[in-house]
Design a protein around this ligand. Structure first.
Ligand code: NIG
Ligand code: FE
Length: 434
């Protein structure tokens, strides 16, 4: 059995522990469970105790010599960050589209002309599975290097059975070989594929009759997401897809009100979606409906920045009682980044969330958005030992000194998988095995 790990003398340990069940809203988003001179005792990949160094030392006084000691003096220690919304499995690059957008083309113009999601779908359909695995593994390495220990990933660059299944199988394989926890979402309704152009309802019928049963039978996904947007899927089509998914046990999520207000947030509340994503253009009624239903708003400020749009109204949503999570939206078109630290910074700068709210949104509430809050998202006895040590002293500094990767080291299930000081990373060590 591996020896216990004793992390001690953290300048600030943000446990995120709380008695509140479920996603946190309003003032509860500021409760970080802070402990000065903090300490963690880890065994068998799990947290056994969290407290002050003196408390943990006293409790394990007979076993201290057994433990591997990690001195966290001068460092902030937090739960591993959780990214609850990514499109991390894809083929190719859209660097030219980035240039086109800067020259004046809009995101939707490019997509309607056969680029955007369609361009990535062509490249993903063509990519051999092994190549997708390698490319995605490198992106997961980068997530880990930025302190992210769990990532949701969506299909949706196939929009045909073969490629949707291929993307989800890539995630399943990476789940076996990469330290990151990967949580799969089926998003066959990401766009209407060219072969169904002008026959949108037929595509919806096909997705429900032919795709969902295959995904469910192979147990390839936990969530079902749809791009509910003018020119993509209507609220009615989205509702059909999400209700059908529910009959197979898939939990609904919705890309809602990103480009135009379209009733997506209202629909999320109506169908009992676990989260609604983007919400740049959400209506006041939508915010109210989400607060009432307890739908998590998954906000993506890096996407807004990258599309040069005004960010979602995070401050307003929190004040209205909506639990907020944040995410990179990592994808090749609207947000090609793996930096959750940057997303936390942007949550503060562009959405006026406080540093404490941003940390809750990137850890505990993000875990709630992928139905994992019983295992990850806070540092409490019984939970997975997914931990980040930072090169800053406090959670305020983490947001204040922006745009920098302050990660010192990352522990996944009680194993050190990244240490920038020792140049330990999954790409150059054996950490790619679980
Ligand atoms: O969440 N909005 C829809 N889907 C993705 C973008 C996908 C892409 O451009 O490839 C998003 O931003
Ligand atoms: Fe997305």
């Amino acid at each position: 059995m591996a020896k216990p790990i004793w992390i001690k003398h953290a300048a600030q340990l943000a446990t995120l522990a709380s008695d509140i069940k479920g996603a946190r809203s309003k003032e509860a988003m500021s409760e970080l469970g802070l402990i000065e001179d903090g300490s963690l005792w880890i065994e068998d990949g799990k947290i056994k105790a969290a407290g002050t160094t003196a408390e943990v030392e006293k409790r394990y006084k007979d076993r201290l010599s057994e433990a591997g000691v990690v001195d966290a003096s001068g460092r902030l220690v937090t739960p591993g960050l959780v990214d609850p919304h990514t499109h991390v499995v894809y083929g190719g690059s859209r660097a030219r589209e980035f240039e086109m957008r800067l020259e004046g083309a809009s995101y939707m113009d490019i997509m309607n002309a056969g680029g955007g999601i369609h361009a990535t779908a062509r490249m993903t359909r063509e990519a051999p599975e092994a190549e997708l695995i390698e490319q995605t593994a490198r992106r997961l390495d980068s997530f880990l290097a930025h302190g992210v220990t769990a990532v949701e990933g969506k299909s949706g660059y196939g929009m045909n059975i073969e490629t949707e299944v291929k993307q989800l199988r890539v995630m399943k394989q990476l789940q076996q070989r990469h330290p990151i926890d990967l949580v799969p979402t089926f998003m066959g309704a990401h766009a209407v594929p060219p072969e169904f152009k002008g026959r949108e309802d037929e595509f919806v019928d096909h997705l429900i009759a032919d795709m969902l049963p295959v995904i469910a039978k192979e147990g390839l996904a936990e969530f079902n997401d749809v791009f509910c947007e003018k020119g993509v899927f209507t609220p009615e089509q989205s509702e059909r897809i999400l209700q059908a998914g529910k009959t197979y046990g898939l939990i609904p999520k919705i890309h809602a009100d990103e480009i135009e207000p379209y009733g997506g947030a209202e629909l999320a509340a109506k169908v009992g979606a676990i989260s609604a994503e983007h919400l740049l253009k959400v209506s006041d009624e939508g915010i109210e409906a989400m607060a009432k239903a307890g739908t998590i708003a998954c906000l993506l400020p890096a996407t807004a920045l990258y599309l040069r749009e005004e960010a979602a109204k995070g401050r307003k949503m929190i004040d209205a009682g909506v639990p907020v999570a944040i995410s990179t939206d990592c994808n090749p078109g609207s947000s090609p980044t793996t930096s959750m630290p940057l997303v936390m910074n942007l949550a503060c700068i562009s959405m006026r969330m406080t540093p404490a709210e941003a940390l809750t949104a990137a850890t505990y509430n993000a875990a709630c958005a992928i139905n994992r809050e019983m295992q990850i998202g806070s540092l409490e006895a019984g939970k997975q030992a997914d931990i980040v040590l930072w090169n800053v002293r406090s959670y305020q500094e983490l947001q204040y000194l922006f745009g920098v990767n302050h990660v010192h080291s990352v522990w996944k299930k009680g194993k050190e998988v990244v240490n920038h000081a020792k140049q330990l990373s999954p790409a150059n060590t054996q950490a790619l095995t679980k």
